[in-house]
Design a protein around this ligand. Structure first.
Ligand SMILES: [Zn+2]
Length: 698
């Protein structure tokens, strides 16, 4: 029997994948990929079909299998999967460096580029792919002298390993911690749903008599438990224990990420120097739309200026509120903030996160989301469970087609939190990419959407917290951009080839619809009464949207500024270590002080084991564009169905269709007929009242 990782069929055999058959497949895939590349190097002709297409073909059996191996590691993590991934990784890194550093291919690219310049024959999309291939080769060290190249390769390998260890440390540290609450007094304030989930966790851990009513309840750092616990628990000392454990994850003992942080920063600095860039941030920004550190600093400063005063006011108001409701200390501690914010929100807007969540049964939310996609983009999404293998029984499968039935794409959705085996957070993986082959056949895109939302308890339908609904919309936005691409070249179709600071536009755009009346009412249905979300509650939700918006904005700016400092300006004599840089930025941006022994950087996976190194600002950069894109719908009139449909169609034909084949700034211009403005984001965040009178451009 052949391995499911070897010559992967269109629908991967997720249900048959094991660490052993993965290892077996890579034994063959690696030498075969190397041989295919060797042959191509000796035989290619410098044309699109003679070089670019066959090079893609030569690499993809290995890269596809590698993508699936990493997917399995992130959704079904175990020691056995880790061992395979760790064993294969150096060989895949070596292969990609070998391709990137091929002087033969590089001169082929250059040859093709100059031929096209003399007498243009490539499409605009192909031209962009080619120039990115040239830049990619240069940044893979194709031009380095042999000793420098050896050092460069050693660093790349080490960085890849550090990335994996960092991620595993965070996962292990998160899993390692839990507390058990045994009396109703200790569990005071916890919502019914959380009591049920944590009693189930206690039962799973051997407390066979645990019940939602009488406990015991096992509280963990799993985000689906940790967040609501911090918002609702009246047990302040348990909140402090949890908060400290969360803030200090992976900062000591076996899972300590502290040395990895300094090593990663130093290695990335060295990479930048080898390639002739002043800093790693300059290297990172050279292939993003922001282009320069100054442009990023400028965006952070603009948004911070608009938020500082409001952020301070929010902090003062929260303290005053807590004091008026029995809090007696001089200052709120970090473990008090979520709790008192939630009480203040309940009082000010008169609803609770818990009450709201009853209106969002998962199945109904999905239907509403698909209805919205159909209303905006003229597509039909149909469940097709059972038509493709899945990696876990909870995973759902769907097909996407045009309204005339033309198939467009398919996607998997793995919705629930599984802290034992699944990485935290939510993401979209672009497994299959749209591709038109020389024979005219087309591969349709396939997306893997992974969330970590609340787990259903027993027979009850799973209800979603509102923030989980927003997350689902976000990931679905990524998937839409991947699935509705019209680009035929795989290196630029879907989310491929999009500059990193523009990849969050479609995703953050979709989040806006969670505050659209028609959409939200459409996806709501009370899990007991069956009622739609009442208008009064919808209006409260909208009013509450910008509750502490400045604080939320400043938190993102704190992360973005810390990331930029670490990759553009670190080290400096006055900065003792990376942690000190984070503390300085916390003092600058956060309206309430961070815990002195906070070790957040040790779990800041985005910039140490994700793709956001010198790129965390991308969220805000994209959000400026996504807010401005949504403003086009507001201007057309959200209640005007025809106008919404027409604008949606334009959005589909530009932002969703053009993928990485066109510069993101041009794509935005085509949709909006002007350059982006920061004002819609500030207005949506309640930080300015109106942006209609003036339109500034960035
Ligand atoms: Zn995203």
């Amino acid at each position: 029997m052949t391995s499911p990782f070897y010559h992967i069929p269109y629908y991967p055999s997720f249900d048959c994948m094991t660490p052993a058959n993965a290892a077996e497949a890579f034994e063959r895939l690696i030498p075969e990929a190397n041989a295919a590349v060797d042959t191509l190097e000796a035989t290619f002709t410098p044309s699109w079909t003679g070089l670019m297409q066959p090079l893609h073909e030569a690499c993809h059996p290995l890269y596809d299998a590698w993508g699936l191996l990493n997917h399995m590691l992130s959704v079904m993590n175990s020691d056995a999967w880790r061992r395979v991934q760790e064993a294969v990784q150096p060989k895949v890194v070596a292969f990609s460096l070998r391709v990137g550093q091929s002087k033969t291919f590089y001169s082929g690219f250059k040859h093709l580029q100059s031929a096209d310049r003399n007498a243009p024959f490539l499409t605009a999309v192909q031209r962009r792919i080619l120039s990115k291939a040239i830049q990619g080769a240069e940044q893979s060290g194709v031009g380095l002298a042999p000793e420098q190249q050896a050092r460069f390769n050693a660093i790349q390998l080490q960085l890849a390993q550090l990335t994996t260890v960092f991620r595993n440390n965070v996962l292990d540290a998160t899993k390692a911690f839990s507390i058990v609450l045994r009396t109703r007094e200790e569990a005071d304030g916890l919502p019914v749903a959380l009591l049920a989930v944590t009693a189930q966790a206690a039962r799973d851990a051997g407390e066979t008599t645990a019940t939602a009513e009488n406990g015991p309840w096992k509280i963990t750092l799993d985000i689906a438990v940790y967040q609501p616990f911090m918002m609702h628990s009246r047990n302040r000392s348990a909140r402090e224990t949890l908060y400290r454990a969360y803030a200090m994850r992976a900062s000591a003992g076996q899972n300590d990420n502290t040395p990895i942080i300094e090593q990663s920063l130093a290695l990335r600095r060295e990479v930048a120097t080898l390639l002739g860039y002043a800093t790693f941030a300059d290297l990172s920004l050279s292939n993003k739309t922001a282009k320069t550190v100054a442009a990023v600093d400028d965006l952070i400063a603009q948004l911070a200026d608009a938020s500082h005063e409001a952020g301070q006011r929010e902090a003062d108001e929260l303290l005053a509120f807590a004091r008026a409701h029995g809090f007696t200390e001089a200052a709120l501690q970090p473990w008090d903030i979520a709790f008192w914010s939630e009480r203040q929100r309940e009082q000010r807007f008169d609803y609770s996160d818990e009450e709201l969540s009853r209106f969002f049964p998962f199945s109904h939310v999905l239907e509403g989301l698909f209805g919205l996609a159909s209303r905006l983009f003229d597509i039909v999404i149909a469940p097709a469970d059972g038509e493709a293998p899945v990696w876990h029984p909870d995973v759902r499968f769907f097909r996407v087609s045009d309204t005339d039935g033309t198939p467009r794409a398919c996607f998997f959705l793995d919705p629930y939190s599984r802290p034992e085996t699944k990485s935290g957070g939510a993401w979209m993986n672009d497994f299959r990419t749209r591709e038109k082959r020389p024979d005219g056949s087309v591969t349709l895109p396939m997306a893997l959407i992974v969330c970590n939302q609340s787990v259903p308890v027993g027979q009850a339908a799973s209800v979603m917290r509102f923030s989980e609904v927003e997350t689902l919309f976000h990931e679905f936005g990524h998937a839409l951009q991947h699935m509705l691409t019209t680009v035929d070249e795989p290196d630029a179709s879907g989310v491929n080839g999009i500059e990193w600071d523009a990849v969050e536009i479609a995703s953050q755009f979709m989040e806006n619809w969670c505050y659209d009346r028609t959409t939200l009412k459409g996806l709501s249905q009370h899990d007991v009464t069956g009622d739609k979300l009442p208008d009064t509650l919808f209006e409260k939700l909208v009013a509450a949207k910008n509750y502490r918006a400045a604080t939320a904005m400043l938190r993102q700016l704190f992360f973005a500024a810390t990331d930029m400092d670490l990759y553009a300006r670190y080290p400096r004599p006055e900065w003792a270590d990376a942690n000190a840089v984070k503390q300085l930025n916390a003092a600058k941006y956060s309206p309430t002080p961070l815990l002195p022994d906070d070790r957040f950087l040790c779990s800041f996976s985005h910039i140490f084991s994700g793709a956001y190194a010198a790129g965390y600002y991308s969220y805000k950069w994209s959000e400026v564009l996504s807010a401005d894109a949504f403003a086009a719908f507001e201007e057309a009139g959200l209640d005007n169905a025809d106008a919404v449909r027409a604008t949606g169609r334009r959005f589909r034909d530009t932002l969703l269709a053009l993928g990485g084949g066109t510069d993101p700034s041009d794509v935005f211009f085509r949709f909006r007929n002007r350059a982006p403005s920061v004002l819609p984001l500030l207005r949506h965040s309640g930080l300015i009242r109106d942006d209609r009178s003036t339109v500034h451009t960035r």
